[in-house]
Unconditional design. Structure first.
Length: 277
């Protein structure tokens, strides 16, 4: 009787997981199928789960007629620089918050968290005014400045949590062996923080890659990002669904590749400090 219950439990778990995967992956499959359909199959009114005459014309048109490679390059440059700048500042600041006691430490950290409580739209006009006055409007640096304004505070809070869980004895042991505090951090603690840094970096990169509000305000036709390029596929006379779905799949491809290669360290970073001895 017990073995029957265990078998039923396993079957229910497997079916639940399969149902969840179908629910999760079917939209991506439908986007892929739609991107392969020629125009005459898109508006027939008949639901088909695979096109009769599949074609990659939508992908070819994206790169030839709409120059989709340019916005992808712009997004990659902005997201990469934002990630590097935010991580450098966050790691150094988090080390100070985790290892030093100074007046106002808790209040400053509270201010960092408060920054993320407000919608980004509230800071749109002030940031636009500042960026225009310093001459960065319609340049990639405008987006980098705007994105780091929001990613650095949360990244500092995230990294300081990781560093607080790291035993102080590790740093003390390195200093006993002859390292100064900076050397102990760079040679001993920083390598141990790599999973956490990757987890934080993925968060920053995804935010910068997917953001739309600042991108549509602070860029022009010369430096549009991929999120704005996708919106521009919506024409005055309607939506070209084959182009829209093809563009959407191309837009999520770099994020999927990044997750594939970083998944082990990402999981390790997200679970850092979760197990207490």
């Amino acid at each position: 009787m017990r073995s029957v219950k265990e078998a039923l439990t396993k079957i229910i778990i497997v079916l639940s997981v399969l149902l969840f995967l179908v629910f999760l992956l079917f939209p991506f499959y439908w986007m892929f199928v739609t991107s392969l359909k020629p125009n005459e199959e898109l508006f027939t009114g008949v639901v088909t789960y695979w096109p009769e005459n599949p074609t990659f014309q939508a992908y070819i048109k994206l790169f030839q007629s709409y120059d989709f490679l340019g916005p992808m390059k712009n997004s990659f440059i902005v997201a990469s620089i934002t990630t590097v700048v935010s991580l450098v500042v966050a790691v150094l600041a988090a080390f100070a918050f985790a290892r030093y006691e100074f007046p106002g430490r808790k209040y400053i950290m509270m201010m960092f968290l408060t920054n993320n409580m407000f919608p980004t739209v509230l800071l749109l006009i002030p940031l636009y005014t500042i960026i225009r006055q310093i001459g960065l409007l319609y340049t990639p640096w405008a987006l980098i400045l705007a994105y780091t304004t929001f990613t650095i505070p949360f990244s500092i809070w995230l990294m300081s949590g990781f560093m607080s869980d790291m035993p102080m004895e590790i740093e003390e042991a390195a200093m006993i062996d002859g390292c100064n505090r900076a050397q102990a951090f760079v040679k001993v603690e920083l390598p141990m923080l790599v999973p956490s840094i990757i987890a934080c970096g993925v968060y920053i990169f995804m935010n910068a890659w997917n953001e739309y509000t600042f991108a549509v305000m602070f860029t022009n036709e010369n430096n549009r990002t991929i999120s704005v390029a996708l919106k521009n596929l919506v024409g005055q006379l309607g939506v070209e669904w084959d182009l829209m779905t093809a563009g959407g799949l191309i837009a999520v491809l770099p994020i999927c590749i990044m997750f594939f290669f970083a998944q082990k360290r990402l999981v390790a970073g997200l679970t850092a400090g979760a197990v207490k001895g």
